[in-house]
Design a protein around this ligand. Sequence first.
Ligand code: AMP
Length: 299
Amino acid sequence: MKIVTTPREVREAIDHEKKAGTRVGFVPTMGALHEGHVSLVRMARSRTGFVAASIFVNPKQFGPKEDLSRYPQTFDRDRRMLEDLGCDLLFHPDERSLYSSADRTRIAVDELSDVLCGASRTGHFHGVALVVAKLFNIVRPDEAYFGQKDAQQAVVIQRMSADLDFSVRIVLGPTVREADGLAMSSRNVYLDPAARAHAPAMYRSLREARARIESGERDPSPIVAMMKTAMRDAGFDVEYACAVDGATLKAIERIDGTVLIACAGRIGGTRLIDNVALRVSGASVEEILLEFPEWSRYA
Ligand code: AMP
């Protein structure tokens, strides 16, 4: 695996592959890799001839009171994991390789960025959209892989890529979970034993939501109320629990079509998020990934 730190080095490596007609797959990450990331790299490996990953803790997606300075950094371990997975190229830039004080360009994905997690994390999705757009321009992947775990991020990136005509196919991977259902996250290391023990309540509430929908419930209100109560009872400080349209992220009055059931909350000071996406049609309820290839002109 080649490790590079500058956009120019990435371009050279990718140019070489493109000339040979090789399809390029790309997995952007912030490092502190776990099985969720691993599943995306495996997917890239199985679908494309050249796999690039990036590790960059993007300061522009952290708020002033967020955990940028203590975000877990495990580079040597990450590097070995990527190597073992057969990753071909690791892009590990420092901040100055991607940003300069002269930069003036922002990317705002309207309406999708200030709801759900964006309501409390002001500017977060602008930072995400900007770094992903830059990485797409540097790597020029044929496919890029993102986790359903960060559902809003996945929707924002698919909208941004379609709106800006990136010719990349966005592929989602399912949320990888611990045995007790807790969604894997680099931030789970912040959980103390008591918080860790109670954290799976979040996913249990999502499973209960799904079960109620399978039993025929189509009104979001009692489902959302149940989720908030279950999370509070487990010790969560609930930030939101909601049922929204999976494509627009707008609140819905009836559970039907492509639906995202999502929640966020703090437990023992650590902020956790989770979701399930469902396609509901008549009595049929199917768990899905929030992929919208039809948004792209290059689908
Ligand atoms: P991060 O390093 O947290 O920025 O995540 C990098 C990528 O891994 C994003 O596309 C995430 O959605 C994805 N990811 C993070 N956790 C999981 C998980 N538990 N299952 C699947 N994908 C995940």
